[in-house]
Ligand binder design. Structure first.
Ligand SMILES: *Cc1c(COP(=O)(O)O)cnc(C)c1O
Length: 453
């Protein structure tokens, strides 16, 4: 007889479903408090013991003690880092994925999940201007996507350049590249050729200059560009850099973890048109494509190259690689084996709402960034640092010290008015808004700006 762990429990099920129903209903979601809760963790010891604690007690503890100590990334007042705003349909379907124990590791086990995930990947590839042979998989985040793409680039470079055997390989990256790119290069033991930017943007001119000044430019096998920097939303010159890479046989990887959402913008989508040149790129649907955590898309122009890097040759896995069928094993395209079918939540949501709803939502985020910029320009105590890029706005409170920004940010969260952490820009501490929640209103922005007077 199975014990209670495996027996349907109506009471507990109702408890959890009611909780989820309530969490999906609250509007607006409260910000809550993150690391500033005082007696955090008190009472945890009593819950975990040999005999078990009732679900009602544990859930109540989670609700009152833990959930309130997690800042709600999906609050419309969360304007720090990169916020999140998963659609209702995506959240609901994520529950289906959990309740059904869906994994999406291999075609043999999970073809039904994988074809649906691949439908979304094809849509992203098409938006990027790649053709139908492009493909990849969903991974946990942009960091794992960058790592996987750059591992493939390294192996491809080694394969194509036997003359470089014994030499260290390098990848050209902008000084503004996301920290996960440096981390990935560290893991794969490849060096970076750091390329300076012009106004924080990587250009072909600077790349060519850096290569020309380098004593061993032939050891550079790939270039990483960014489609929307996290701090400022700046898009590198993808078109020029991409066509240069193609002509020189350099692997071209674009990190669009945040900015990739702009592929769906009717007004700003063209800024990413250079994606048609990529060998690989990533976009995080858990950022600006309204999917729940954790969901990043990794795409390759020619997925066979990634397969050469990531196919695992374990005897017990041979059965999943049946080359005679049109199979697709997500495990062959990134640094993972077992994986949650994490692409299904966005698949369901895209199908339910339609692509046009995504276009509108992305356009709205850019529009509110532009309106916030106008409000900042009109306020005497504030200065806009640059025109907003995508949905990010950088601005300064005239005369404030680092300490004043920090104290203001802490108080703003304490008062539950907003979560806006300061950032650095050209050595100066400044304020930054990142928009993507469709329910962030101008009134909320005005309320936040007024606290800086
Ligand atoms: C967020 C981000 C990453 C890292 O993605 P994770 O999903 O947090 O691992 C990489 N690059 C850029 C540009 C990002 O904005």
């Amino acid at each position: 007889m199975p014990g209670p762990m495996f027996t349907y429990d109506k009471e507990m099920t109702d408890l959890i479903f009611d909780f989820c129903r309530w969490r999906l209903t609250i509007n607006p979601v409260p910000l809550d408090f993150g690391g500033i809760a005082e007696d955090l963790g008190e009472g945890l010891d009593a819950l975990l013991n040999d005999e078990g604690t009732s679900a009602a007690t544990v859930l109540d503890y989670y609700d009152k003690q833990l959930a309130t100590a997690i800042v709600s990334v999906d609050s419309p007042r969360f304007l720090s880092f990169i916020p999140a705003a998963p659609t209702k349909a995506s959240l609901l379907f994520d529950m289906v994925v959990s309740a059904s124990s869906l994994q999406g590791t291999s075609w043999l086990e999970a073809a039904g999940a994988i074809v649906a995930e691949n439908q979304v990947l094809s849509l992203l590839a098409e938006r990027a201007g790649l053709d139908k042979t492009a493909g990849g998989c969903f991974v946990s985040g942009g960091s794992l996507g960058n790592l996987s793409a750059l591992t493939t680039a390294r192996d491809n470079g080694r394969r194509n350049h036997p003359e470089l055997a014994g030499k260290r390989l390098r990848v050209a990256v902008s000084e503004e590249a996301h920290s996960s790119v440096a981390k990935a290069l560290h893991v794969i033991d490849v060096d970076a050729l750091i390329v300076p930017t012009i106004d924080h943007r990587l250009t072909l001119g600077e790349l060519e200059k850096a290569l020309a000044a380098d004593p061993e430019p032939e050891t550079v096998i790939a270039v990483v560009a960014t489609g929307g920097t996290t701090n400022a939303g700046i898009i590198d010159d993808l078109e020029a850099i991409g066509s240069y890479c193609r002509s020189q046989g350099l692997w071209f990887h674009v990190d669009c973890a945040y900015g990739g959402g702009a592929m769906f913008s009717s007004t700003h989508g063209h800024l990413l048109s250079g994606l048609r040149h990529v060998d690989s790129f990533i976009v995080d649907p858990h950022k600006w494509l309204y999917a729940p955590f954790d969901c990043a898309a990794l795409l390759y122009r020619d997925p066979r190259i990634a397969k050469a890097t990531f196919t695992q040759n374990a005897a017990y896995l041979d059965v999943i690689h049946d080359e005679t069928k049109e199979e697709w094993n997500p495990t062959d395209y990134a640094m993972h084996l077992t994986r949650r079918a994490r692409g299904l939540a966005i698949w369901f949501s895209l199908c339910v709402y339609g692509i046009k709803a995504y276009v509108d939502a992305v356009d709205d985020s850019i529009a509110i960034a532009e309106r916030a910029a106008v409000m900042i320009q009109e306020a005497e105590h504030l200065e806009l640092i640059r025109d907003p890029s995508l949905s990010i706005v950088l601005f300064r409170r005239v005369g404030w010290s680092d300490e004043q920004y920090a104290a203001w940010s802490t108080k703003l969260l304490q008062d539950q008015i907003g979560f806006v952490t300061p950032t650095k820009w050209e050595g100066e501490t400044i304020a930054r808004f990142a928009f993507l929640h469709p329910e962030t209103t101008e009134a909320m922005v005005a309320e936040i700006l007024a606290t800086m007077a």
